[in-house]
Design a protein around this ligand. Structure first.
Ligand code: ATP
Ligand code: MG
Length: 563
C-alpha cells in the first residue's frame, strides 16, 4: 500500500492519467502518442522535452509514438528542416519505426472531411477579408458578429468550396469556416477558419493544392486518422481543446484526448523558432548549429550527450503550470554524465613556457596515464615529457596570495603523473609579463610521488612543448547574459541583447594523440573542462568546443538555497 502511494507520487499527472485510462480500458488499454513538429525550423530544447515525454511514454507503456510533420503551411516549410528534425529525434533515441507521417499526406482526406462538414451544415464559405473576419470576431468582452455569408445553403457552399479547390479564386478571396458560435466566450470557437487559399507550392505536394487546411483543423483529424490515444501538447493550446473536441464530434470520428503540459522555459535562453531563425538570418550566430544556440544540433555539436538531456527532462518533470528552469540544472546534468563517461586528457588553454633547467637537454620520459583515473581497466595513454613544457599562465603567480597552491618563485608543485618541480626564477617580457618559468625537478619523484613524504599540495596539468600540437579552443558563454532575454527594454529587440562575450576562440596546446580524436567526441581536459572535437578541425589544427566547465555552480546554488 505504502509502495503504491509512493509510486503514484513519483508519477506526473499525464502518466497518472494514462494509468487510469489503461485501468478503465478507455482506449482498449492502448497507448499511442505522437511528436508533431512543424518543419519550419530546427528543434530546440523545448522540443526535447516533448520528445522525451511522447517517446518516453510510448516506451514505458509498451505503446507507440509517431513522428508527424505538421506541414500545413507551404510557404515556411522546407525539406532541410524535415531532415534535421529526423536526425535530432533519432539522436535523442526517439524510434518511430515506419511511422513517419505528414499532415500533407492527409490533404485529400481532410478535404473530404471538410465537404462532409458542409453537408452537415457545420461549415460555410466566407467572402469576408482577413481584416473583416478579425473585426467581426469581437473581443473577450464583446460577442462577435455573424458574417453575411454564414447562412449560405449547403449546395452553394459545396459549389464554392470545390471552386476554391479548383483555383478559381485568388489568395484571401474566400475561406472555409466552421459554423459554431460567434458569441462563444472562447474566441477560438467563434467560427474558426478551416481552409484558406494559398497559390503556393508545398515542399511535398507541389502544386496539387491551392487551398490549405489550418493547423487547428488539421491537428485533431491527423491524431484521429493515426489512432492516437493521448495527444499531448503545450498549455498555449488549452483554448483550442474545445475546438479539438468539437471537430471530432461534428464528424463523428475516432476521438483521441488532448492534454496540455507546461512548456519548457530556461534562463538565458530563447525557445522560439521564430526568434531563433532571426538569429540565423541576421548572422548574429554562425548558423542553426552554432554551439551557443539552444537547438539540438547545436548542443550535439557542442558535445552535450543525449543522455544528459534525458536526465534533464526527467528532473524537470511534467507539470501544468509554467515555470522557468535554471540553465545551471542543464549544465549539472551534462557534468553528471560527462564526468562518468569521458576520458581524461591534458591541454593548456593559456600557455606559458616552463624550462626544467636540471633536466637533460635531449632527454625525455614517457608516462602511462589512465584515461579514466577511477578505473584503470579502461586503459591508458602515453604522454611524453621533456625539458620544455607548457602550463597554464594562471597557474603561476609572481606574488602569490597565502592560499595559492600552484606555482610561484621558490614553490614546489606536482606536474600531474610526472615529477615534482620547484620554480627557481623567471624571464620577463619587456612589458613585465612572464616569458619563461625556470624550474628544477626532483628525479626521485618520477610519477609525481613525493620521495620522502614531503607535502606538495598543488598538482598542475601540462603538455610537453616538444610534442604538443597547437589547436584552437572555442569558449562559449550564454548567448544572452541576462536571466530573461525575452524581457527587452523599450526601443530594443532581443537581437540587441546578445552577449558580445558569448564566443571566444583561443590558441591552445594539446597532447599529441588528441589530434586524431574523431570529430564529435567529447573528452575532459583535466582541470579545464569538457571539450568536443569540432567539425571545423583540420589535420593541421584541431578545433575544440567547450561543452561546459568543470565548476558546478548548480550544486552551489542548491547549497545556498538550503541554508
Ligand atoms: P516554437 O514556439 O519554437 O515555434 P512550436 O510549438 O511552434 O515551437 P512545433 O514544431 O509546433 O513548434 O512543436 C512540436 C512540438 O513540440 C509541439 O507538441 C510543441 O508543443 C512542443 N514544444 C515546442 N516548444 C516547446 C517547449 N518550449 N516546451 C515543451 N514543448 C514544446
Ligand atoms: Mg507550432
Amino acid at each position: 500500500m505504502a509502495e503504491e502511494a509512493e509510486n503514484k507520487e513519483s508519477v506526473d499527472f499525464i502518466r497518472a492519467k494514462i494509468m487510469a485510462d489503461n485501468a478503465s480500458m478507455r482506449f482498449g488499454g492502448k497507448v499511442h502518442t505522437r511528436f508533431p513538429p512543424e518543419p519550419n525550423g530546427y528543434l530546440h530544447l523545448g522540443h526535447a522535452k516533448s520528445i522525451c515525454l511522447n517517446f518516453g511514454i510510448a516506451k514505458e507503456f509498451n505503446g507507440l509514438c509517431n513522428l508527424r510533420f505538421d506541414d500545413t503551411n507551404p510557404t515556411k516549410e522546407d525539406v532541410e528542416y524535415v531532415d534535421s528534425i529526423k536526425e535530432d529525434v533519432r539522436w535523442l533515441g526517439g524510434n518511430w519505426e515506419d511511422r513517419e507521417f505528414y499532415a500533407s499526406n492527409y490533404f485529400e482526406q481532410l478535404y473530404q472531411y471538410a465537404e462532409e462538414l458542409i453537408r452537415r451544415g457545420k461549415a460555410y464559405v466566407d467572402d469576408l477579408s482577413a481584416d473583416q473576419i478579425r473585426e467581426y470576431r469581437g473581443t473577450l468582452t464583446e460577442p462577435g458578429k455573424e458574417s453575411p455569408c454564414r447562412n449560405r445553403s449547403v449546395e452553394e457552399n459545396l459549389d464554392l468550396f470545390r471552386r476554391m479547390r479548383a483555383g478559381e479564386f485568388k489568395d484571401g478571396e474566400k475561406v472555409l469556416r466552421a459554423k459554431i458560435d460567434m458569441a462563444s466566450p472562447n474566441m477560438t470557437m467563434r467560427d474558426p477558419t478551416l481552409y484558406r487559399i494559398r497559390h503556393a507550392s508545398h515542399h511535398r505536394t507541389g502544386d496539387a493544392w491551392c487551398i490549405y487546411p489550418l493547423y487547428d483543423y488539421t491537428h485533431p483529424l491527423s491524431d484521429s486518422i493515426e489512432g492516437i490515444t493521448h495527444s499531448l501538447c503545450t498549455v498555449e493550446f488549452i483554448n483550442n481543446r474545445e475546438f479539438y473536441n468539437w471537430i471530432l464530434e461534428a464528424l463523428d470520428v475516432y476521438h483521441p484526448e488532448q492534454t496540455e503540459f507546461a512548456r519548457l522555459n530556461l534562463t538565458h535562453t530563447i525557445l522560439s523558432k521564430r526568434k531563433l531563425i532571426q538569429l540565423v538570418q541576421t548572422k548574429t550566430v554562425r548558423g542553426w548549429d552554432d554551439p551557443r544556440m539552444p537547438t539540438l544540433c547545436a548542443l550535439r555539436r557542442r558535445g552535450v550527450p543525449p543522455e544528459a538531456l534525458h536526465d534533464f527532462c526527467a528532473r524537470i518533470g511534467i507539470a501544468k503550470s509554467e515555470s522557468v528552469v535554471d540553465y545551471g540544472l542543464l549544465e549539472f546534468c551534462m557534468r553528471e554524465y560527462l564526468n562518468a563517461h569521458t576520458a581524461r586528457w591534458m591541454a593548456v588553454l593559456n600557455p606559458v613556457k616552463v624550462i626544467i633547467d636540471n633536466y637533460p637537454e635531449d632527454g625525455s620520459d614517457v608516462f602511462d596515464m589512465p584515461l579514466y583515473p577511477d578505473d584503470a581497466s579502461f586503459g591508458s595513454r602515453k604522454v611524453s615529457f621533456s625539458r620544455e613544457l607548457y602550463i597554464e599562465r594562471d597557474d603561476f603567480r609572481m606574488d602569490p596570495p597565502s592560499k595559492f597552491h600552484r606555482l610561484a618563485p621558490g614553490k614546489e608543485v606536482r606536474l600531474r603523473y610526472a615529477y615534482l618541480v620547484t620554480c627557481t626564477h623567471v624571464d620577463l617580457n619587456e612589458d613585465g609579463s612572464v616569458k619563461t618559468i625556470h624550474c628544477t625537478y626532483d628525479p626521485a619523484s618520477r610519477g609525481g610521488t613525493s620521495p620522502d613524504g614531503r607535502k606538495v599540495k598543488g598538482t598542475l596539468h601540462w603538455v610537453d612543448a616538444r610534442t604538443a600540437i597547437p589547436a584552437k579552443a572555442r569558449l562559449y558563454e550564454h548567448l544572452f547574459a541576462m536571466d530573461n532575454p525575452n524581457d527587452v527594454p523599450e526601443g530594443k529587440t532581443f537581437l540587441d541583447m546578445v552577449n558580445p562575450d558569448s564566443f571566444k576562440e583561443t590558441d591552445i596546446f594539446i597532447e599529441k594523440e588528441l589530434g586524431s580524436l574523431p570529430v564529435g567526441q567529447t573528452v575532459q581536459f583535466e582541470r579545464v573542462g569538457y571539450f568536443c572535437k569540432d567539425k571545423d578541425s583540420t589535420d593541421a589544427c584541431p578545433v575544440f568546443n567547450r561543452t561546459c566547465t568543470l565548476k558546478d555552480s548548480w550544486a552551489k546554488i542548491e547549497k545556498q538555497k538550503a541554508k
